[in-house]
Design a binder for this molecule. Structure first.
Ligand SMILES: Cc1cc2nc3c(=O)[nH]c(=O)nc-3n(C[C@H](O)[C@H](O)[C@H](O)COP(=O)(O)OP(=O)(O)OC[C@H]3O[C@@H](n4cnc5c(N)ncnc54)[C@H](O)[C@@H]3O)c2cc1C
Length: 433
């Protein structure tokens, strides 16, 4: 006889874990299937974890969650060829009992989260790839098929939390292929280093941490960003650009990461560190316009598989957890009310999302991906001109300041023309409003 559960969750990343935990906590029978050898084995994240969403799911998570450092300082740097211009925000107020953001190592977090799911009564099976959704004659999803022998399992509802590729939704015709301009490829390394050096180089004590978000010449004019984060005994460094740009460019991702590590501003921060782990992964960056159909008869899609990623703020795992939780809450509510898991009833999931920061933020940055994709000057001409302007301004050479101002203005007009500058300002406002 085919086994049947209230819900099947496919994937044990943040979205699947949030869904499975919430369902198990509400007393539903839940089966979570993960293709990796263990939860986190296949997962890649920078990563910063945002406490607010996890706190909604597991309020006392700080008691035993294996976080790295709590973030007290955010730096945003625009790199030129051998320099940077940037801004920092550091506050002792982030040194609280309940910090807001942490650096993490994903494999550790995923394992910890999975333990919580099992404690809550959820059943989790790893090394099991879901190969397809099973539909009844009317087209309703009634279960999944896996790569295990006799691997057919039924459920009232299936939650797809299988990440950016969203293969199962594609195979069932619920999603189209990802457009190369809507997805970034990121590579990252974890570099082991003496914690003393981290404290000294970044001015930290205890578990305090610094994160640096990076733009500029390091992406070679492609739409992309880089990052450097402090962990307890390691640094995470990475860089990612749109796949459409990689296709046209001549610099492969691993070379970009090497160049970033050798940049004169970055090199002294990572000197003496030893590479422990290298990983590459895709990030959905099409924003609001790329969000697919989110539910149907007997199914829902959450997290990266639903294209929930706010590239402007490098937020992904929190949108993943929020959507997983909201999908599970919708399921639990319908179950309690004895209502069927029809598309009409599962629409309540979308209503929840629309009312939350997930959709509100994606909607706010609706135009950002398109504008960045079509205006490469933001990744090439501006980093050059801005860093050169800063160099001129901060060089004291007996040239009067009025003349310097004129020289700087001229350099911008030469690069972009007056009309170009005005146009770029308008585009930037349209991209972020
Ligand atoms: C380099 C990089 C840096 C990032 N930095 C940050 C950051 O600092 N902060 C942040 O919030 N976000 C960051 N993100 C984004 C964040 O990692 C994602 O948004 C988040 O992991 C999405 O969670 P998810 O559960 O939806 O998908 P995933 O984490 O991708 O999990 C999907 C899971 O499903 C499993 N799976 C897939 N297919 C199947 C199948 N057929 N059967 C069974 N299991 C399957 C996979 O093995 C995986 O475990 C970063 C991403 C990358 C690539």
């Amino acid at each position: 006889m085919v086994e049947k559960f209230d819900a099947i969750v496919i994937g044990a990343g943040p979205s699947g874990n949030a869904a499975a935990y919430t369902l198990a906590k509400q007393g539903l029978s839940v089966l979570q299937l993960e293709r990796g050898e263990y939860p986190g084995a296949k997962n890649v994240q920078g990563g910063i974890m945002y406490a607010a969403e996890l706190e909604k799911i597991i309020p006392d998570f700080r008691d035993d969650c294996p976080t790295e450092r709590h973030i007290i300082e955010q730096r945003i740097w625009l790199l030129g060829d051998d320099n940077y211009i940037g801004t920092n925000y550091r506050s002792d107020a982030f040194n609280t009992e309940t910090p807001n953001r942490y650096t993490i190592i994903r494999a550790n977090i995923d394992k910890w989260f999975s333990e919580k799911i099992r404690e809550a009564g959820g059943l989790q099976i790893c090394e099991t790839t879901v190969t397809e959704l099973i539909h009844d004659a009317a087209g309703k999803v009634i279960g999944v098929r896996t790569d295990r022998e006799g691997g057919e399992i039924h459920a009232d509802v299936v939650i797809m939390a299988d990440g950016v590729n969203a293969l199962l939704a594609k195979r069932s015709g619920y999603q189209k292929e990802l457009a190369p301009e809507n997805v970034a490829l990121a590579v990252k390394e974890i570099l082991f280093i003496d914690p003393e050096l981290i404290q000294q180089r970044f001015g930290l004590k205890g578990d305090e941490g610094v994160v640096i978000e990076i733009m500029g010449k390091v992406t070679k004019g492609m739409v992309g960003t880089a990052f450097l984060y402090t962990n307890k005994e390691s640094l995470t460094i990475g860089i990612g650009c749109l796949i459409s740009d990689f296709k046209q460019g001549s610099v492969p991702p691993y070379k970009m990461l090497e160049d970033l590590k050798n940049h004169p501003v970055i090199k002294p921060l990572i000197e003496g560190a030893e590479m422990k782990e290298y990983a590459a992964h895709m990030i959905p960056e099409g924003g609001y316009k790329a969000v697919p159909q989110l539910f149907g008869d007997g199914w829902m899609v959450v997290g990266d598989a639903a294209h929930f990623n706010n590239a402007a703020h490098r937020e992904g795992s929190n949108l993943a957890m929020a959507s997983g939780r909201m999908a599970a809450e919708t399921v639990a509510e319908l179950k309690k009310a004895g209502k069927p898991f029809s598309a009409a009833n599962l629409a309540a999931y979308k209503a929840r999302l629309d009312d939350s920061f997930v959709m509100k933020d994606l909607k706010k940055y609706l135009n950002l991906p398109g504008i960045m994709h079509e205006n490469k000057q933001f990744f090439g001409a501006y980093p050059d001109t801005l860093t050169a302007a800063a160099h001129n301004w901060f060089t004291v050479d007996s040239v009067d300041k009025r003349t310097k101002e004129k020289e700087i203005m001229k350099s911008f007009v030469k690069k972009r023309s007056v009309l170009g500058l005005v146009g770029d300002a308008i585009k930037l406002v349209r991209a972020v409003r």
